[in-house]
Each structure stands twice: as structure tokens, then as C-alpha cells.
Design a protein around this ligand. Sequence first.
Ligand code: GLY
Length: 465
Amino acid sequence: MFEKKIYIERRNYLKNKFKSGLIIFLGNDESPINYSGNTYNFRQDSSFLYYFGLNIPNLIGVIDIDENKEYLFGYEYTLSDIVWMGKQPTLKELADRVGVELSESISNAKKFFQKKIKSKAKFHFLPTYRAEQNLKLAELLNENPFKIKSKSSKKLVEIVVEQRSVKSSEEISEIEYALEIAYQMHLTAMQMAKPGIIERDIMAALQGIAYSIGNGFSFQPIISKNGQILHNHYYENQLKEGDLLVCDAGAESYRFYASDITRTIPVGGKFSSIQKDIYEIVLTAQKNAINAIKPGAKYIDVHLIAAKIIAAGLIQLGIMKGNPSDAVKNGAHALFFPHGLGHMLGLDVHDMEALGEDYVGYDKNTKRSNQFGLSYLRFAKELKPGYVLTVEPGIYFIPELINQWMSKNKLKNFINYDKLEAFKDFGGIRIEDNVLVTETGHKVLGRLIPKEAKDVEEIVKGESV
Ligand code: GLY
């Protein structure tokens, strides 16, 4: 946790934006795997962490604007709990850690909210994303659990997004720590990428690092020779010389901030000539995109810079044809780069996605495109100092997508379909870093994780670390 004054200041900022009502932050509960006592690793809700800091299940934080009071509702541990779990802090001690004056047993929460309902108080809460949160909130507020999400407060979402989007120096340090873990993970993946190894061996080694010096993975990693499958969580393939291994993995710091890094590794330590050509296009797109990041720039324009470099590179290789700007305007590059350039990063790897992607990445001046590829761009709006984003262009050869476009001769003026048969087992290449928008430009966060083709090759071959 940070020191308590940080949580007090964050809540004060929020309070000042509301004239009346109660703001409710529902913490997460334990989530069972196969019976109630055997649970997944507990992860607190990120907005709860932001305002109330405590990574403990069954908590509700309430800011009562009308009466200018703050409450922490939670479970008071009994002696028999302590027999199984060891000594636990009291609710009052927990509340004190985050500067909240009033603490109440969760068993009194229903009575508390019923009284507020009678006095016609207005409730402000964030959209829920777990079924048990729907049930709990609906029970407390006399609402239908199937409809409770739609009653969430747009105003609260907008203020929380505005506040959480701009990272403080303490938050940047946390992300940099998560990146130090990612550095160790990705160096290890490169060193392990030898013919004969199974993807799951690398995954397990990376998980060990993520848990030994941090709080585990920040998301289920992608460690696959089938990098053309964008969110591939299958790890059973045995790697052979010449495979391209996409390793998209990040970790959580002890205070739950995320890193999210991708490197593409030539198994055995040598990119083939065509792999290297395509790798260089992705790397050039990534570097140019990073260089375009500054306050006032729109991220959709940064995305389009990367898209044009990808189109130009593929035209040079004879895979695409025509003019790169026209190709991108028509969406032809999306056959090979079908996702967005990146997303915000913070307490969530896709920061605040639970609050609604459009609230985070779009605004009244930037509407989401419905063009294939561009429509997946999670963040498009104008950049401000303090934002942290991933920059992760890629080139993929997805056989099913190629077949579908080819069958319709889609955008045939920009694509040399006769060249594509040879690429159907190519896989994919993605390169990703995490970038802070500064007052004057940008800063790539963390220690440089090698990404020049020859540096990656040397590490795989064991020639440098
Ligand atoms: N790094 C995985 C993702 O952004 O979805």
C-alpha cells in the first residue's frame, strides 16, 4: 500500500466533484475454483485499490457526500477464523490504514443502505463485472441483479477515468518496478528459446519470476509459436529451430501495477531472411509510433503512423501493393495488422477496461471507427502528460482471415493474394513497450529490453545477457 495520505487525497478529489449522494466502491470477494474453500488467488478490484488501497476480500468503501462521512464495511474475523488464518487486523485497524474514520460490520450494510433508501439518497457506483458483485449490490440497494450494471453512474465513471488516467510519480515507480520484473521474464524467455523446449516450460519459468519478485502475472501471457493467434493461451507446442516465438507477458508490482511487454524471438537464435525483413518493419513502425507520442497528439494518429509504415514495408516486399496512405485509408493493412496500437496501462493491464473501453480511450472529439482493424483500437483520443500506454504494432499471417479476404478478392488493389500462400505458416511478429506521456514528449519506461534483431539473436544463442 501507499501511505494513507495518498488515499485520502484521492478520495477528497473525488468528493469535491459531487454535491450529494453516496459513492459506493464494492471490493471483490473470494472466487471459488471447485469448492468454496479452494479459491483463485485473490485480486482486489482496481478502483477499490485506487481509493481504499486494501487487498482484502469482502470490503465496501462508502463516501457519504450528504453527511461528509466515510465508511469501511467489512468482515470482522472471529476466533475460529484466526485458528485457520492466523491473527488478522480488525476492521478499525484496516480503516485507519487508509484514513477512513468509520468502520462497520458488513452484516450492518443492508440496514445502513435501507435507511439511505428511505431518505431518498442518490447512489453512485461503478459498473460491475462479477456476478457476485451484481448480487451483493442489488441486495443492498433493492435492485434487480440482472439490471444493476445499467444503473451505474456515468458521472462517477467519467471522474474516475479522468483521475486514474493521469499517473502520479508513485504510480510510475510501481509500473517501472513491474517492468523490471518483465525485463527478467523476457531475458529468460529469450535464453530458453532453444529447439526442443515446450512453450509451457517457458511459461512456467516466467511465472516463477513474476511470483518470486512481484505479485504474479498481470494477465495470462501469450507464449506461442502461433503468434498469429492474438490472444493465444495454449502452451503445449514443442519449439523447433526457425520458429518465431511471440512472448507477450507482464507482471504485477507488489502494489498491483502492471507491465505489458512483447518480444518476438527466433527459436535457436537466427531470424530467416524473410522473418528479419518483417521484424524490421514492425520494429520501425514501433519506434516511429513511440517517437510521435507527445501531449496533444491523438493516439489514433499514432496508430495510423504505425499502420502506414507496415503497409509501406509490405508493399516493398511485394505482399501489398499501391500507395501506403490509400491502403491504410481503405483498411487493407488490417489483413496483417488487425488490432489497435495499444491501450492504457496502470492498476489493470487494460487500464479501467471494466469501466467501459470507450470512456477510457474515446471522447466527444474522437469516435470509434467501424472499419475492420481500426475498430479494435482501444485508445484513440488526445494524449495528456501522465498517461501510460502500450505501443504494440504487429504483422500477422492469419490463414483463416487470408482465406476469407481472398475468397472475396477484398481490397485486391492493395493485396497481392498470389504471394500469400507461402506465408500461411509464418505466424506473427509483435513488439511492445510501455510509454509515459511527459510534459514535452514521451519516455519509454523501464530498463531497455533488447529488441534489435541482432541483440535478440545473440541472447538466444547465449552470446550476451
Ligand atoms: N498484452 C495482452 C493484451 O494487451 O491484451
